[in-house]
Every structure is written in C-alpha cells, then in structure tokens.
Design a binder for this molecule. Structure first.
Ligand code: PLP
Length: 402
C-alpha cells in the first residue's frame, strides 16, 4: 500500500502494471537484444523533411499551427486523409467522416468508452493487440474469441461463437479486429474471410472496429482491401496511424467512420484533451501534400521485408522443428507457438539473463491463455542482433524441451 493509495478511485486501483512490462523495463539502457517492443526502425524517420516542413509551417502558418484548433482535427489534414484513405481503397468518404486523434491508441480509448458497457458481448482475436485489450478490460465486457493460428484467424469459429452467444447469452455488440499484418500474430486475413466477417456483422448487427495500424506496410503479395473499403453499411469504424509510416513520436492517428459516430467521438474528445496538437497536424498534412509519406512507403516496406526475411531464415536455422511460427507478409512481428510444455512467461527471465527480450504471448489473450506463445519484433533490432538473438532463443527453447 502506497502513501496515497487510499485516494485512488476504484477504477484506478484495478489498473495493474503487468509483470512483463516491469520485467522488460529492466532491459532499458542495457545491452539486451530486444525483440520485445513494437518500434519502427529509426532510419525510416524522414527527419530532414520534417525539419524543413516545420520551418515552412512556422514561417507561413504560425498563427494557426501554434493556436488551439478544432476537436475533430485541422481541416487541411482531414482533407489530406480523405485522399490518403483512397490508397487503401476507402472511397466515397467526406472530411466529416475523418477524425484526427492522438495516435490510434486514443481512438481505441475513446471508441471503447463510447461503445462498450459492462456485460456487453465483445469479440476479439485470440491473440490481439495488448493495449486495446487493456482498454477493453476497463469496460468490463464479456469477451469472446476468434482463434488466430499461423494460418490466420478462424472465421468459422467467430461464426459459431456469434451463433451461440446470440442464442444463449444476448446480443453480440462489437468486434475488434486487425485484419492486416496482425499484432501480435503477423497474419493477414484473406479476402473471402473479410467478406464473410462483414456478412456476419450484418447478420448479427455487430459494429466492427478495424485497426489498420500496419495496412500500409504490406510488403509481399497483394494487400487485401481493409474491411472499411468493403463496408456498404457504415458498420466498420476504421483506425489509421502515422506511427508506423511517419513517426510515432508525433502521436497522430485517425478514425474513418459514419458521421453519427464521429459526432460522439467529438463530444468525448472535448473531455479528454480538446484536440490533437495543431502543429503536429500541420506537419502531417504537409508531409502528405508533398508526398513525403507516400514516397517513403516503398523504402519502409523493403527494409521490413529484408528484416523479416532475415528473421525467418534465422528462425528456420535455429528453432527446433516442434515450434510453429507465422510468416508475416507485412508489419513488424513474427508470432511463435512453442510446444505446450514451455511457458514463455517463465522462460523470459532465463532469456533476459542471456541477453534477449521478447513478449510472452499470454499478454495478448483476453483470458491469459497462449502461455506457450511469444511475439518477436523484427522492425527495430539490427540484422546482426536478429541473427544472434534468434540463435540464443533457439538454444534456450531446445534446452527447455529436453
Ligand atoms: C495494432 C495496433 N493498434 C494501435 C497501436 C497504437 O499505435 P499509435 O497509438 O502509436 O497509433 C499499435 C501500436 O503498436 C498497434 O500495433
């Protein structure tokens, strides 16, 4: 009990710092090879372009860029985002359908608060993005899962679960899903499954929150259109982010949704932070206008593809044959399924002692399942670290299997 803990609200007391986060903090500033984070490779940041743009914006628009601005976002950026969305096949939208947020994390926070009441039936992938899960947990829904294997999400299971819930428990409400280059699994849902998900959403009257954080980072094969591009009913709320394609430090994301939903988000955001930083929005708008982001995408994709190849080749060489792993066609992560007898949370301490960090997979399961799984990041570590780190992990796994 801390000195001030009796002052904290009941909701705040239920927020827990995860053991794993605490453990991973120990790696900060040490020479540990980290496969744990989800950080972009810093060489992808167009620092000189951003510097030039910032100077230009401050010279020509300081009175707006340093001023308060509209809650839904700076008009110039919303307009650019309408055009940029077309690159993902999202068309037929207006500026009013776009809402600028402080990263897509804020979008997740606001949307789950706006949409989810305690006891609501919420469907998520098993595993899914940790921080989305943590926000959802604060809303106390009843979780239902769609299993993701190295082959992708099991949409048939989603269908069965929806059928069962609506028959026995009540109306399904929301699906949170990352169809493209999923975090953590690294898998991508095929086009037929995407269509099926939308059919199910219509059939069961579900709202869908589609997190497309890695949609612009598909580096192999055709990138299937996001659900939002296939959505004819306005049922899909789409989330985009500048974090992986420009800079996470700018903290910029956006929502594309039906006007009615956007209006609620606007009311909510007024209570959170009034608006997203104006200067950052002008910088992003200008980066889109000048084509800096668009022109940088092939470079980022090619770098991550090389790093992915490097990691998969290392895994192939060093992991024992009983281990399974995803073969991502985009994004930043490989997910690995180890034999059941290995608990990756327990193994993390040994791994860190040998100088390698990863995220144990159970953090990504709403029910803390998946204790034999792990997420490995390839976007941030250098190539030589990937090789060495995977070798160390491989020998540790082999020891644990003996
Ligand atoms: C799937 C997914 N959604 C959302 C986010 C949040 O990103 P940001 O708030 O930086 O836009 C991340 C970050 O890693 C992510 O992987």
């Amino acid at each position: 009990m801390g000195k001030w803990s009796s002052f904290f609200s009941t909701d705040t007391k239920s927020l827990k710092s995860s053991e794993i986060r605490d453990l991973l903090k120990l790696t900060e500033g040490k020479s540990v090879i980290s496969f744990a984070g989800g950080l972009p490779d810093p060489s992808t940041f167009p620092a000189e372009d951003i510097s030039r743009i910032t100077e230009d914006v401050l010279r020509s628009k300081a009175s707006s860029a340093l001023q308060y601005s509209a809650t839904a976002g700076v008009a110039e950026l919303r307009k650019e985002l309408v055009n940029f969305s077309a690159l993902r096949g999202i068309t037929g939208i207006r500026d009013d359908n776009v809402f600028v947020t402080v990263g897509s994390q804020e979008a997740l926070f606001m949307l789950f608060n706006i949409l989810v009441d305690p006891g609501d039936h919420v469907f998520v992938e098993r595993p899914t993005y940790l921080t989305a899960l943590n926000v959802l947990r604060t809303r106390k829904p009843i979780f239902h899962g769609m299993e993701v294997s190295e082959k992708g999400p099991n949409v048939l299971q989603l269908e069965e679960e929806l059928k069962k819930v609506s028959k026995e428990q009540g109306k399904p409400k929301l699906l949170y899903v990352i169809p493209t280059a999923q975090n953590p699994a690294g898998t991508t849902m095929n086009l037929d499954d995407r269509k099926r998900v939308l059919e199910l959403a219509t059939q069961y009257d579900l709202l869908v929150v589609e997190d497309d954080a890695y949609g612009f980072l598909v580096f192999e094969g055709e990138s299937p259109p996001p659900l939002k591009a296939l959505d004819k009913e306005g049922r899909v709320i789409y989330l985009g982010t500048f974090s992986k394609i420009l800079s996470p430090g700018l903290r910029l994301g956006w929502i594309v949704a039906d006007d009615e939903i956007i209006k609620e988000v606007e009311l909510f955001k007024q209570n959170v932070d009034l608006h997203t930083p104006s200067l950052n929005q002008y910088i992003a708008a200008e980066a889109l206008k000048r084509g800096i982001i668009q022109n940088n995408l092939p470079k980022i994709r090619s770098l991550y593809r090389q790093k992915r190849d490097y990691m998969l080749a290392s895994i192939e060489t060093h992991f024992p044959s009983q281990v399974k792993w995803s073969k991502p066609v985009g994004g930043m992560f490989v997910f690995s399924w180890l034999p059941d007898k290995i608990d990756t949370t327990k193994m993390l301490e040994d791994s860190m002692r040998r100088g390698v960090a990863y995220v144990p997979g159970s953090s990504f399961y709403y029910d803390y399942g998946g204790r034999n799984t792990m997420r490995i990041n390839y976007s941030f570590p250098r190539k030589e670290e990937i090789e060495r780190g995977i070798q160390i992990l491989g020998s540790l796994i082999k020891e644990k299997l003996q």
